[in-house]
Design a protein around this ligand. Structure first.
Ligand SMILES: Nc1ncnc2c1ncn2[C@@H]1O[C@H](COP(=O)(O)OP(=O)(O)O)[C@@H](O)[C@H]1O
Ligand code: SF4
Ligand SMILES: [Mg+2]
Length: 321
């Protein structure tokens, strides 16, 4: 493991066994051989349609779901091999921000206590200094410190996500995993939260794993982006390469669905992908995208394409390449 990478995920698989009423249990291949790494202080994005395995990847990295095989290393420590007290201690190094600031904050608790909780749980800093730290965190995320006395329902969606970020920062983690953190917010508020995240990263040096179904959102924040389809990464590149020179037909289709303003100032037509991804239970034999790919060839239905390097840190899996 190189020193500069904070997180290294290697051939991660998460398979769920689903019981059936009158038949043998089936296997859901939610995450099926995913590898990526994130340099310290950078933001790595994972994009893909709903059901592609983004959340399960995040939960596996945080050890919140069982890992079927593969490894997760954080700061040189193999998180995927830890149990009990060792795992509890390692958990200090990461935090999560969820999609829905409405349901992820306990409605009966004052937001100041919600932000303070990780410090109490992990016994971080002097006890009588923690409330002051909470007020500092509020200022850091753009909230007035006197708001600590209020309850979550007294905040707007954007403010609640600021509270979520303050809480995530409270234990000074190395890695914050953000699962669709702005998907429930209005576009204008999304931009404010993304700007705040960038500023917080500059201030603290924290590393983000940023998950979104929306390429437009990823474009604003991420240094490196992986595109997931049906449990696998089909393309991975630095942000500029991925958006300027996408090679995989699925990435190209996703990109054409991002609204763009043309030179006359009018929005170009959104092209939606046809059909739905196949089931992660009965996987296609060849390329998993073949059933929806406009460029599919005979070989695509029989041979799965390998993920290969096609440029500097640019990976893609497609028989066309
Ligand atoms: N606990 C579970 N048991 C069985 N199947 C699951 C479980 N969690 C997720 N899945 C399935 O795994 C696939 C990936 O889900 P998920 O990781 O939530 O995708 P995403 O976050 O990209 O929408 C989906 O088909 C989903 O139904
Ligand atoms: S391997 Fe074939 S089906 Fe899969 S993305 Fe490439 S061209 Fe399309
Ligand atoms: Mg999800």
């Amino acid at each position: 493991m190189s020193i500069e990478n904070l997180l290294e995920v290697n051939d991660l698989k998460v398979h769920f066994s689903k019981k059936k009423m009158f038949a043998d249990p089936v296997v859901v291949h939610a995450v099926d051989g995913v590898s990526f790494s994130i340099p310290k202080g950078k933001t790595f994005g994972i994009v893909g349609e709903s059901g592609s395995g983004k959340t399960t990847t995040a939960l596996a990295v945080l050890r919140l779901v069982g890992i079927t095989s593969g490894t997760v290393e954080l700061g040189g420590q193999e998180i995927s091999a830890l149990e009990g007290e060792d795992l509890r201690l390692a958990r200090r190094q990461f935090q999560m921000v969820f999609q829905d600031p409405y349901s992820s904050l306990d409605p009966r608790r004052r937001v100041g206590d919600i932000v303070r909780e990780p410090m109490d749980l992990m016994d971080i800093g002097e006890e009588d200094a923690r409330d002051e730290k909470v007020r500092e965190l509020f200022v850091k995320v753009g909230l007035r410190p006197e708001l600590t006395e209020l309850f979550p329902h007294q905040f707007s969606g954007g403010q609640r996500q600021r509270v979520g970020l303050a809480r995530a920062l409270a234990s000074e983690p190395e890695l914050i995993v953000c699962d669709e953190p702005v998907s429930a917010l209005d576009v204008a508020v999304q931009a404010q939260i993304l700007n705040l995240m960038r500023r917080l990263q500059e201030d603290t040096g924290v590393t983000f794993l940023f998950i979104s179904h929306d390429l437009g959102v990823v474009q604003h924040l991420c240094d490196h982006v992986a595109v997931m389809y049906l449990g696998q990464i089909v393309e991975q590149a630095d942000r500029i390469t991925l958006f300027k020179n996408p090679k995989h037909p699925y990435t190209q289709a996703l990109l054409s669905a991002v609204p763009r303003v043309d030179s006359h100032g009018s929005h170009t037509e959104r092209q939606h992908l046809q059909g739905d991804p196949p089931s992660p239970i009965n996987l296609p034999k060849g390329c998993r995208f073949a059933g929806r790919c406009p460029q599919a060839m005979a070989i695509c239905h029989s041979e799965p394409p390998a993920l290969q390097e096609i440029g500097d840190r640019h990976l893609a899996s497609c028989h066309l390449l």
